[in-house]
Design a protein around this ligand. Structure first.
Ligand code: GAL
Length: 645
């Protein structure tokens, strides 16, 4: 695995900066990312370029044998551009045109912005595309950061109408798909369709879902446009984008299709702000981050483009500056995160950032060097971990379990949560954690991906479910896979309308059950569930009534109280060489029990791990991490037992 760092030569004096490449090399770094926010520095006035500083930086890194990843600078349009052309600026959901003065203030839907992007990307790609130091490119910076994907400009409205006309052909088809008769929303022409913002009350959920899909397509097309220019002028170099797993307003599977491989940014302690982690967990993991947030991101990006590499393009290496509380990481945390990245299959980890910024919006953020240019805590950890990960053998992550995830389901679920404390992520992460707490390696996969190598398929929530996906999953079960379906699966069709005969829609014939009622539980309310033999569990937030439709459905757990008393909460049915288990209730303990049953049936070895411990395997090595103490033990699984630690 390679290590690198993000750096900003434009932030310090030339003399100071020229001392850095040798220091970076000494630290064991091999890659440096540069220039993703440097537009105004290399084009200070329209058409007037000053690349001397960047030429010198790239050459100096090359002289030390370091590879360079260059960012295209489109996340920070310069003032001279947006001042003259305010129509390039983003219009947000409240209909406000956003101002420059920070970053990511452009409108993906503006044709003129696309022209500006083509121009500037071509300039940098031509200048550096063949430089021997340049090993690859990063497009833009974190699409989706600061809630900037969905544009509500006039450009976006017209583009959305064109997108709908191409999708539906006739306006009657759109009316039918959306159920537009509801509240007299029927359209007579495509150009009557507005954007779904500033409505008085909830917009039509199908309208919203299509708007989210259109917005996603817009980002993907924009990124592809940049990629094509880079490829034309920089043969043999990779093109990637630095995703962030929680920037979910566009489909990362689609966005990866044109890239060589995905990379992503990870700030484990700052991620703790997510709403679904309890205050207790936030306290326990304040200095390391929760093991499963970064773990999920790795398992997701490893599979978002199957077979491709995956990089961490920004790895937290000290405290961040954008969390509610920017806690100093524990001793050993940088080491732990780096080892975790390796264990989950990453090909490179690039730390953020080399030196703490002495001015500008991020001057509270740490770097490997402090403001005074002296090594900070993260620097020392990188020095220690570098030889370990560089010498560590690679190999595959031997996952036999796939966790299924898709963006349509995420968008539709979160638009109508029905219980304020529910969310797609909260539900999905409950399943992921249940697997990881039992020591299981997990691949995250799109439900239509090739799933033929997995023994267990865990689908926390395929909320939007097509006939095609159901048929694909049926084939997997017939060949022997054990399929686990979570609550709200198969509730909607692709149009966003419900499956009238009840969830799980087209999977009902396979699962042998239909959901008859669902119940959103008020905060603090619990419902008992019995799994037989005196074993009871408590459900919170969400329960649903799984009604068996055929005789060969086994009921594994029932509600003991409330309106669903006596009804099934967990069912199982054998089919082909495999089987399907359904769970309708949110309950950590029940979920652990049910996932364990599915893993056993699938023949996947598992056992509960102590609190805070996670085990990951790559090649012949096993990495046991204790996230409460920021420690990692590495074992060679091929070595005789008595020689292991
Ligand atoms: C990332 C972003 C970086 C920097 C960093 C600070 O999300 O890509 O440019 O802002 O956060 O933690």
């Amino acid at each position: 695995m390679r290590l690198g760092v993000c750096d900003y030569p434009e932030h310090v004096s030339r003399e100071t900066w020229l001392t850095y490449p040798a220091m970076m090399k000494t630290l064991g770094l091999e890659v440096v990312r540069l220039a993703e926010f440097a537009w105004a520095r290399f084009e200070p006035r329209p058409g007037e370029f000053d690349f001397d500083w960047l030429d010198e930086a790239v050459d100096a890194l090359h002289a030390e044998g370091l590879g360079v990843v260059l960012g295209t600078p489109t996340a920070t349009p310069p003032n001279w551009l947006t001042h003259e052309r305010p129509e390039l600026l983003l219009v947000d959901e409240q209909g406000r045109r956003r101002r420059p003065g920070s970053r990511r203030h452009y409108d993906y839907a503006s044709p003129d912005w696309w022209d500006e992007t083509r121009r500037v990307v071509e300039v940098v790609a031509r200048r550096y595309g063949a430089h021997p130091a340049v090993i690859g490119w990063q497009t833009d910076n974190e699409h989706g950061c600061h809630d900037t994907v969905r544009s509500y400009s006039d450009h976006a409205r017209r583009a959305f109408q064109r997108w709908l006309a191409a999708k539906y052909g006739t306006v009657d088809a759109l009316n039918d798909a959306w159920g537009a008769v509801f509240w007299s929303q029927t359209y007579t022409r495509f150009d009557e369709v507005d954007l779904p913002n500033l409505t008085v009350y909830t917009p039509n959920p199908s309208h919203l879902l299509d708007f989210h899909r259109y917005s996603s397509d817009q980002v993907v097309a924009y990124d592809r446009m940049q990629t094509e220019i880079l490829r034309a002028h920089s043969p043999g170099r990779f093109v990637t984008h630095n995703f962030m797993v929680l920037f979910e307003q566009f489909d990362h599977y689609d966005a990866c299709a044109h890239l060589d491989f995905p990379s992503f940014d990870t700030y484990p302690t700052a991620f703790l702000d997510v709403s679904w982690l309890s205050a207790d967990l936030k306290r326990t993991y304040a200095r390391t981050g929760h093991p499963d947030l970064a773990g999920f991101a790795h398992d997701f990006y490893r599979g978002v483009k199957p077979g491709a590499a995956h990089w961490v393009m920004e790895q937290q290496a000290g405290h961040a500056d954008w969390a509610a509380h920017n806690t100093l990481p524990a001793d050993g945390a940088v080491n732990l995160w780096t080892m975790q990245a390796h264990a989950h299959g990453a090909d490179a980890v690039v730390y953020f950032r080399w030196r703490a910024a002495t001015a500008g919006a991020e001057l509270m953020h740490s770097g490997l060097l402090r403001h005074d240019g002296k090594p900070d805590r993260g620097y020392h950890e990188v020095r220690d971990v570098a030889p370990l990960v560089k010498a560590a053998p690679g190999g595959r992550v031997p996952a036999r379990v796939a966790l299924l995830h898709d963006f349509d389901s995420l968008w539709a679920y979160d638009a109508q949560k029905h219980a304020r404390s529910a969310s797609y992520w909260a539900q999905l992460m409950g399943f992921y954690t249940a697997l990881r707490e039992q020591g299981v390696d997990v691949d995250v996969r799109h439900p239509l991906a090739d799933l033929s190598s997995y023994d267990a398929l865990v689908a926390p929530c395929l909320h939007v479910l097509s006939e095609e996906t159901a048929a694909h999953l049926r084939t997997q079960v017939e060949r022997g896979a054990r399929l686990l379906l979570g609550p709200r699966t198969g509730f909607r069709r692709e149009s966003g309308r419900v499956w009238e005969d009840g969830a799980p829609g087209p999977l009902a014939p396979l699962a042998g059950v239909r959901v008859r009622n669902f119940d959103a539980l008020a905060p603090g309310t619990t419902v008992g569930v019995t799994a037989g033999g005196g074993e009871t569990h408590l459900a919170r937030t969400w329960t649903e009534d799984l009604e068996p439709q055929v005789d060969d459905v086994e009921v594994l757990a029932r509600y003991t109280e409330g309106p669903l008393r006596g009804r099934a909460a967990v069912t199982r049915r054998a089919h082909g060489a495999g089987g399907v288990t359904c769970i309708g209730a949110w309950s950590e303990t029940l979920l652990r029990r049910v996932t364990s049953g599915v893993l056993s049936a699938a023949g996947v070895e598992h056992a509960p791990l102590p609190e805070g411990v996670r085990v990951s395997r790559r090649g012949e090595r096993q990495y046991t991490q204790d996230w409460r103490y920021a420690t990692v033990v590495v074992e060679n699984l091929a070595a005789p037992l008595e020689t292991r630690p």
